[in-house]
Design a protein around this ligand. Structure first.
Ligand SMILES: Nc1ncnc2c1ncn2[C@@H]1O[C@H](COP(=O)(O)OP(=O)(O)OP(=O)(O)O)[C@@H](O)[C@H]1O
Ligand SMILES: [Mg+2]
Length: 431
C-alpha cells in the first residue's frame, strides 16, 4: 500500500504566509501524479509536507492508509529528489548510490549488485568511480534519482528534477523517468511548472495556483475539458483568448453570446446550452484556443468575428495572426492573494463534517473530488479597462492575411470554453 491522500492540507509559514490552502487530492498505488503550477504557487511546500520536511498546519496526510502528519521523515518510506540534485561531493557515484543501503545495513553483496543494476538503468554505469564534481548536470541528476530510488521506497517525490538541464537533456531524461518509475511501479509525485513535461509524463495532473487546487484529471481531461479558466490558460501552448460576453436568450429561440460588436449563437441542441442559459443577462468569460479559430472566406456563412489584422507573427512551423476585434480584454481570474486570506485557515471555517466525508470518499478510492471543494471564492476576472483584446488565430504554414487587412475569423462553437466571472466552468467538466 503506497497511496498518498491529502485531506484539506494547509500550510501557513511562520509570519503568516498561506502557502497551501486546503488541498485535497489522492495519488493511487503506482500512479505518476504531476503537480503543475506557476513559480511560488506552493508545489515544493506540498511535496516537503509529504516528505515530512515541513510541518502541516492543518488537515491530514495519509500514506498507505496511515495517518502520517506526525511520522518522522525516515519512517515514511518516502524518497525525494530535490531541484538542485545535491550529492555527497567526496563520495564517488558508486558511493553516493550505495550510501542509503549502507545506512540501512544491507548485505554488501546485494548493495554492489543493486548499484550496478541501477546505474545501468540510468545510463551512468561508466561514471561509477567518478566524483560528482566531474559529472555533467544531466549525469548528476541521474545519480540523485538513483540515490533516491535505490532503497526501493514506496513513494517517490521529485521536485523539478530537470529544471537545471538544457532542452535536449530534459526531453531525454523525461522519457527515462517515465519508463523507470513505471517499471518500478512506485507511486510518484512529480513537481514541475512546465506544461509539456506535465502533459507528457503524467497519469494525472493536479494544477495549483496560489496554494489552491484548480483542477485534477488525466492530461487529456485537463487540457480539453478544463475545470477553470486558470487551467485552460496555463495549459495553452499559445496564449488563450479570454473574452467577456453577456448571455442572452432572445425569445428563447437560441443562446446568444453577446460580445458587444460581435454575436455568436449557440443552438439549444448544444450540450452546454442549458447550463449557459442559467446565466442569461449575466457576463461570462469565453475562452477560445487559437486553433479553434480560422480564416473565413468572404462569402461563407458561419459563426465568426471580424476585425483588422494588427500583426502577423512567424513561429517557424506556423504563423499566428493578431486580429483587433474591439472586445474588452479579460484577465485570468485568480484565487485571492494569500496575504489577504490567512484569516480563515485556523480550522474555524466549519468544514469539519465536509472534511470527514471527503476523506471517506478519498480513502474509498473515488477520485471524483471536486477541484473547487472547500476553496475560498476566487476573485473575478477583471476587464482590462479600455484595453481591447486581440484575437490570436493559428494560421498554419501560410500567413493567409496581410497586416492591416480586414479579416473574418470563423469560430468552432463546439470548442468555446465557458466560465463564470470567477473562472469556474459553466458546464461541468466530465471527470
Ligand atoms: N520557509 C518559508 N517561510 C516563509 N515563506 C515561505 C517559505 N518557504 C516558501 N515560502 C513561500 O511560500 C510560497 C510557496 O513556495 P514554494 O517553494 O512552495 O513554491 P513553488 O511552487 O515550489 O515555486 P517554484 O516553482 O519557484 O519552486 C512562496 O511564496 C514562498 O515565498
Ligand atoms: Mg519549488
Amino acid at each position: 500500500m503506497s497511496t498518498v491522500v491529502l485531506d484539506n492540507v494547509t500550510k501557513v509559514y511562520p509570519g503568516g504566509y498561506l502557502a497551501v490552502d486546503r488541498m485535497s487530492l489522492r495519488a493511487d498505488e503506482g500512479e505518476l501524479l504531476v503537480l503543475l503550477g506557476p513559480s511560488g504557487c506552493g508545489k515544493s511546500t506540498l511535496l516537503r509536507m509529504i516528505a515530512g520536511l515541513e510541518e502541516i498546519t492543518n488537515g491530514d496526510l495519509w500514506l498507505g492508509g496511515k495517518l502520517a502528519n506526525h511520522l518522522a521523515p525516515r519512517d515514511r518510506d518516502v524518497a525525494m529528489v530535490f531541484q538542485n540534485g545535491a550529492l555527497y561531493p567526496h563520495r564517488t557515484v558508486r558511493g553516493n548510490l550505495s550510501f542509503p543501503l549502507e545506512i540501512a545495513k544491507a548485505d554488501p553483496n546485494l548493495v554492489r549488485e543493486r548499484v550496478v543494476e541501477l546505474s545501468r538503468a540510468l545510463h551512468i554505469d561508466e561514471t561509477l568511480d567518478r566524483r560528482p564534481g566531474t559529472l555533467s548536470g544531466g549525469q548528476r541528476q541521474r545519480v540523485a534519482m538513483g540515490r533516491a530510488i535505490v532503497r526501493q521506497p514506496s513513494i517517490f517525490l521529485m521536485d523539478e528534477p530537470l529544471s537545471n538541464l538544457d532542452a535536449g537533456m530534459r526531453t531525454e531524461l523525461r522519457m527515462e523517468i517515465s519508463s523507470l518509475v513505471r517499471a518500478l511501479g512506485v507511486t510518484t509525485i512529480y513537481v514541475t511548472h512546465d506544461q509539456i513535461e506535465a502533459l507528457t509524463l503524467a497519469d494525472r495532473i493536479a494544477i495549483m495556483n496560489r496554494g489552491v487546487l484548480q483542477d485534477i484529471g488525466s492530461p487529456a481531461q485537463v487540457y480539453n475539458d478544463p475545470a477553470t479558466a486558470f487551467t485552460a490558460a496555463f495549459l495553452s501552448s499559445q496564449q488563450l483568448n479570454l473574452l467577456s460576453a453577456t448571455v442572452r436568450t432572445p425569445q428563447n429561440q437560441y443562446i446568444l453570446l453577446d460580445f458587444g460588436p460581435h454575436q455568436i449563437t449557440m443552438p439549444w441542441t448544444d450540450p452546454r446550452a442549458y447550463a449557459v442559459s442559467q446565466h442569461t443577462g449575466s457576463q461570462i468569460i469565453v475562452g477560445i484556443r487559437p486553433d479553434a479559430l480560422a480564416p473565413m472566406p468572404e462569402k461563407a456563412e458561419a459563426p465568426s468575428f471580424f476585425g483588422r489584422v494588427r500583426t502577423l507573427e512567424y513561429h517557424g512551423h506556423e504563423w499566428l495572426a493578431y486580429v483587433e476585434v474591439g472586445i474588452p480584454a479579460v484577465t485570468v481570474p485568480e484565487p485571492p492573494d494569500p496575504t489577504q486570506r490567512n484569516g480563515h485557515v485556523n480550522g474555524t471555517n466549519g468544514t469539519a463534517s465536509k472534511a470527514k466525508s471527503m476523506v471517506r470518499r478519498l480513502l474509498s478510492g473515488s477520485s471524483s473530488e471536486s477541484a473547487a471543494a472547500a476553496t475560498p471564492p476566487p476573485l473575478p476576472g477583471t476587464l482590462g479597462g479600455h484595453r481591447r483584446a486581440d484575437l490570436i488565430v493559428r494560421l498554419g504554414a501560410r500567413p493567409y492575411w496581410r497586416a492591416g487587412e480586414h479579416a473574418r475569423v470563423a469560430v468552432d462553437v463546439s470548442r468555446l470554453m465557458l466560465f463564470t466571472q470567477t473562472g469556474a466552468r459553466i458546464d461541468p467538466p466530465r471527470r
